[in-house]
Every structure is written in C-alpha cells, then in structure tokens.
Design a binder for this molecule. Structure first.
Ligand code: SF4
Length: 305
C-alpha cells in the first residue's frame, strides 16, 4: 500500500461521529481542550504500563511462571509505573494522591488475582499496532494485549470502567444511530475499535484461518469499594470483562457503513456539524470547545434573538 494513504484510528472516527467540528478542533488544529485533566490519563498510563510489563515479562520466562511470581512482579510493576507516570501536582491533596495510588495498585493486584494470570501466560503481543484495510478505508490502532486462547485469539482493551462501552442492552442503538432515528455516538468508539482490531488481528502473524477472534473490554477499576478505618481509607477493587465480538458480528455491515461515512468525511475535510439538531442537543453540552465554537455560539445567539 502506498505511503500517502491516510490511516485513521477508531478513536478519531468516534470523535468525528460525535461531531465533525469537534474533530476539526481536536485533530486537525490540535486545539487543546481547556478542561483536559492529566490526572486520570496518568493513572491509566500507570495501570496500562504495569499490565504490559507483566505480560511481557511472563511470556519472556523460559518456564511458565507461577501465580505467585506473576502477582509479585505485577505488584512491583504498578508501584514502579505509578512513580513514573503520576504527578503529585495534579492532585489537590496528599490524601487524594495516596488514594488514587491505592486504587491503581489494588486494580492491578485484582486483575492478576483472576483473569490476568492466564492473559499474562498466553499473551503474544502487547501494545502492538494493528492495521486494517477494507475497500477505500484504512484504519490503524494500538491494542493493549493479544492473547492466544483455545479457540484462537482474544484482543483485550483495558479501561478504568466499562462506561460508554456497547453492551447486550445497548447494541441495537448502533442500528438506530445509523438509520438517523436516534443519536448514540457515545457507543460508537467501542464498536469502531472492535471492527479495527478484529479485522486487524486477521492480518497478523498470530492469526491462522479458522481461528475465532474475541474482542474484550476489561474494566480494571470497574468497582471500587472504600472502607474508612483508623489508618485511613482502605480500598477493594474488582475488575470486569465484557466480550463484544458477537456484537461486531451481529452489526458488521452497519458498523462498516458508519466507519465508511466518518472516514470519507475526515479524508475529504468535511467538518460541518451534521446532523445539527442531534449534535446540538446531545454533544454540545459536554463539549469543551463550546466557548470557542462558532456553530454553537451562532446557534445560541439566534436562540436568544
Ligand atoms: S460545541 Fe457542539 S458543534 Fe461545537 S465542536 Fe462542540 S459538539 Fe461540535
């Protein structure tokens, strides 16, 4: 494929699906969102880094490591990664900083007390780039973990929570959004990721024809219980996984039609916010570009007239 082909990530497609103008500010002009906080980004970098380090280490060992060895390594990895990524200046107090550190460590410990053990032993690639070409659409994205399973491959994307991820309850919204009957851009990122990674995995050396490919979101900090005690707050964290491969299969044609529309708009430089009524009603309220956005300000002024 020629070098000048534009590859677009699922996250960029999702921003475009939410509002083309937002995409323009964010990706074309790189205008920094004024309310962007580093705090949650850094916590995410810390637990992503610890999981990556642990899986890479486990698969590098000449003999399969024991549960205990994996857990000890993971615990040290999250402490090390926390020190590397977290910044005390982003926090209002020492107590808040210590609390977030405790949550990140408990999340990684909990993951490697459960599903993470098998994921670490069977990981074949961490933080790898996957590319996917379908017709005129060229996508590229970075996956957190690819794991070999009895059936084939499992691609895992780690999140803090599972909020905004498509589910058995919300998957029919993909069709309603595509038909223009309802606006559900918030779940599209997860289905665009599923499409890019499932198809992208088929182009890797790990794939063999006939393999089953599962795509799983894993909420590392899915549930956090806080218990106040004499020595401060203790936290207990439970993770949760959600497989979405079946949702991709059930809505494959619709998902690719949505991807095609967003990709074409991006490549053609078409950033008019359409459908305007739906975007104005559903996306502008949470948008950090509101104060500088001509479309939004223009609409508000005419409403005030
Ligand atoms: S304020 Fe509304 S129209 Fe403007 S970029 Fe944000 S979502 Fe789009």
């Amino acid at each position: 494929m020629s070098e000048d082909v534009s590859r677009v990530s699922p996250s960029r497609l999702a921003t475009y699906a939410t509002c083309p103008r937002k995409y323009e500010y964010d990706k074309e002009w790189s205008v920094e969102s004024p309310e962007e906080s580093r705090r949650y980004l850094d916590r995410g970098l810390a637990y992503h880094g610890a999981i990556e380090d642990t899986c890479a280490w486990a698969t590098d060992q000449p003999e399969s490591p024991t549960d205990d060895e994996i857990q000890t390594y993971a615990h040290e990895a999250i402490e090390r990664r926390w020190d590397e990524h977290a910044d005390r200046d982003e926090y209002a107090s020492d107590a808040q900083f210590a609390y977030d550190r405790q949550v990140a460590i408990a999340g990684v410990d909990a993951y490697f007390a459960a599903a993470g053990l098998e994921h670490a032993r069977n990981s074949v690639e961490q933080e790898g780039w996957l590319t996917c070409d379908r017709g005129d659409v060229h996508l590229r994205g970075r996956v957190d973990n690819i794991v070999r399973t009895d059936e084939g491959l499992q691609i895992i994307d780690y999140k803090g929570s599972l909020s905004g991820i498509v589910s058995g309850r919300t998957h029919n919204r993909i069709e309603a959004h595509h038909a223009g009957e309802e606006y559900h851009a918030s779940i599209l990122k997860s289905v665009f990721q599923a499409a890019t990674y499932i198809e992208g995995a088929k182009a890797t050396e790990h794939y063999e024809p006939g393999m089953d490919i599962e795509f799983t979101f894993y909420g590392v900090l899915y549930n956090v219980d806080r218990t106040p005690g004499h020595d401060g707050i203790s936290v207990e964290v439970t993770g949760k996984s959600r497989d979405v491969g079946w949702i991709y299969e059930a809505h494959e044609d619709t998902i690719w039609s949505l991807i095609d529309d967003c990709y074409t708009g991006i490549v053609d430089g078409e950033f008019t916010p359409e459908p305007w009524e739906e975007i104005h009603e559903n996306a502008c309220g949470d948008c950090s570009y509101q104060g500088m956005c001509g479309d939004y300000i223009g609409a508000e002024v005419s409403l005030d007239d």
